[in-house]
Design a protein around this ligand. Sequence first.
Ligand SMILES: [Zn+2]
Length: 290
Amino acid sequence: MSSDRQITSRRLLLVAAGMSLLGAAAGCRSPWGGGGGPTAAAAPEGFNESLAGPEATPGAAPVTPSAAPSAPPAAAAPAGPSVETVRHTISTAESKPVYELDAERRVVALTIDDGPDPRYTPTVLSLLQQHGIRATFFLIGENAVQYPELVREIADRGHHIANHTWTHPDLRNLSEGKVRDELERTSDLLHRTTGRLPTWFRAPGGDWSTESLKVAADLGMRNMAWSVDPRDWARPGTSAITDRILKDVRPGAIVLNHDGGGDRSQTVAALKAYLPVLVDSGYYFTAPPN
Ligand SMILES: [Zn+2]
């Protein structure tokens, strides 16, 4: 190889390295981890969600074949089954519950548990639409089976559907077989109802067990905890719920709210109050890729 060609090669390597750094700086990495594959693309249009700048579009790096002869040719998305119907492989590290997102910017994840409930879920969906917010709904199987239209509506509006067991038991008291029954039955129902296999699980009360971590991994689900708990389920009053959230929220927070499991009118009123405050103060809302 001539020295000219060596210099050219080195330059190309530097250009490639520079592009990688630019990509990282532009926020390619999804706050949900996993390296930001094709499913970690930016939010659908119209949502208040900012995971990656326009320059970070996957596969958009302007590498020409002549500049990188050893690189594989630019290919279309790999053919194969759709991501929603394939169980993900969960590593041991990935099976640990996630309490906060890896986010430096004002990104927050809103999670809504224990529904669906026809008394509250439709109002919550309207509020989310009004503010262009995508949330994660941790559904209970025995509620979802009663209201399949609501489950589909949540999914059709772009929200993330996740598994919160079939009967909301304390998993620490259950055998592995019973835990598997709770989780698998719910995943199967949500898959049949929406066409998507849940990829995230939340233990009732945040009470994970060794068995539940194993079963969730077997079923292709990671575990999502939370970092901001306004204890809305205890109905402390709308202003108490609102104040706790606004006091505790910070970049990367995972906020816990409930739209089922009892009278959730205070939660709905609190959402009306605090969502516009967070949006106005520059927060983006995120949910795992569907
Ligand atoms: Zn719950």
